[in-house]
Design a binder for this molecule. Structure first.
Ligand SMILES: NC(=O)c1ccc[n+]([C@@H]2O[C@H](COP(=O)([O-])OP(=O)(O)OC[C@H]3O[C@@H](n4cnc5c(N)ncnc54)[C@H](O)[C@@H]3O)[C@@H](O)[C@H]2O)c1
Ligand SMILES: O[C@H]1[C@H](O)[C@@H](O)[C@H](O)[C@@H](O)[C@H]1O
Length: 338
């Protein structure tokens, strides 16, 4: 069975995912595309033989759309996801699920009222082979219980429109999700320490930031977010446990030895670093839909948790205080694990 996908938002990542669904995933076809910029929609739709529809509502209602992909701007996500759930269609929403906790809860409630999972959120790190190996080691019990996690999330640079709050909302949101999943634990408090800011970019920006999270089981996480590090796109994660530690591998690149030096490449963007993870994410999503099963990836509840925890982190940055995340109790509908 071919899953026919309708796409809402044909910008940067929308175009990437349209290409991915067409060329890297079997069993999927993009049949409809919309964007508030019609020329952009046309540019993304034409090469894959999809038609352009006037808006998100038309995509969701279309007879030749079995599942919906939301890749528009964050503040518009909730409207499209709620409409897809109301129509009973599976929906994959790029992060964030919604920009407010209230909207996330609306989605969570609508999905529960529908009675079956329809929503998956685009946290692709859960599909990265390195993170999956980390989870396998932690789950095997070989190194005992996790105690401390050291992480770094570095981008070479960001545009001037990037704000200090985006370090949590746009960037650290990936660690928030992947660490909840990796540790099978919940983040209960957050704090932000601001070292001297880099002089290499904008005066308005607090960059780098050190985020300190505490989990329900007492694990401490330190996360350096440095979005103008200049040298490359660099994702680090090391879990220190009772009987050992496990570290996220760097992507494999050839080592070059020349002129008395040994060099390996550092990637420069998230597109290259997580390409395979994105491919796997969409292959597994489409496979679950083709099998008539509910999606197994990050849920609407995970989307809610990430929005609440990152909002609390912005509050921590602005107040200088430790902020409790105060998540609502997890509904049984979403299972036991984080
Ligand atoms: N998983 C990841 O690592 C990752 C990476 C980049 C972006 N994202 C997320 O993907 C989303 C899109 O990011 P982007 O970088 O592609 O942005 P973008 O600005 O390049 O594209 C967004 C597109 O959505 C369109 N749009 C906005 N509102 C719309 C609406 N109501 N209906 C139809 N189209 C609408 C815009 O015209 C634009 O073309 C964001 O939520 C972002 O956080 C995720
Ligand atoms: O939207 C992007 C994307 O989510 C990347 O994975 C992250 O590294 C960037 O910091 C963020 O701005």
């Amino acid at each position: 069975m071919t899953v026919r996908v309708g796409v809402i938002g044909a910008g940067w990542i929308g175009k990437e995912h349209i290409q991915r669904l067409t060329h890297a995933v079997t069993g999927a076809r993009v049949t409809a595309v919309t964007d508030i910029d019609a020329a952009r929609a046309e540019e993304a739709a034409a090469p894959v033989g999809a038609r352009v529809l006037p808006d998100g509502a038309a995509v969701i209602a279309a007879d030749d759309v079995d599942a919906v992909l939301v890749t528009s701007w964050g503040p518009t996500h909730a409207e499209h996801v709620l409409a897809a759930v109301a129509a009973g269609k599976p929906v994959f929403c790029e992060k964030p699920l919604a920009t407010t906790a209230e909207d996330c809860l609306r989605i969570v409630e609508a999905e529960q009222a529908h009675g079956r999972r329809l929503v998956q959120v685009g946290f692709m790190r859960r599909y990265d082979s390195g993170y999956r190996q980390l989870k396998q080691v932690l789950g095997s019990g070989r190194i005992g219980e996790p105690l401390i996690v050291h992480c770094a999330h570095r981008n070479p640079s960001v545009p001037e429109s990037y704000t200090s709050a985006m370090a949590a909302l746009d960037t650290a949101v990936h660690e928030v999700d992947v660490l909840r999943w990796l540790l099978d634990d919940e983040i209960v408090s957050t704090q932000v320490v601001t070292p001297r800011s880099t002089g290499k970019r904008f005066a308005h920006l607090k960059d780098p930031q050190i985020m300190l999270f505490e989990t329900a089981k007492g694990v401490r996480i330190d996360l350096e977010v440095f979005v103008n590090c200049q040298y490359g796109y660099d994702i680090q994660c090391e879990v220190v446990a009772e009987e050992g530690l496990v570290r996220l591998p760097d992507p494999a690149t050839v080592g070059v030895r020349t002129a008395a030096r040994h060099e390996t490449e550092v990637l420069t963007d998230w597109v290259g670093r997580f390409r395979e993870a994105f491919d796997t994410e969409f292959r597994e999503w489409i496979a679950s839909l083709a099998a008539g099963a509910a999606p197994t990836g990050p849920s609407a509840w995970d989307g809610y948790a990430a929005t609440v925890i990152t909002a609390a982190t912005v509050e921590a940055l602005e107040s200088g205080r430790v902020v409790a995340t105060d998540l609502k109790p997890r509904p049984a509908f979403y299972g036991g694990a984080a």
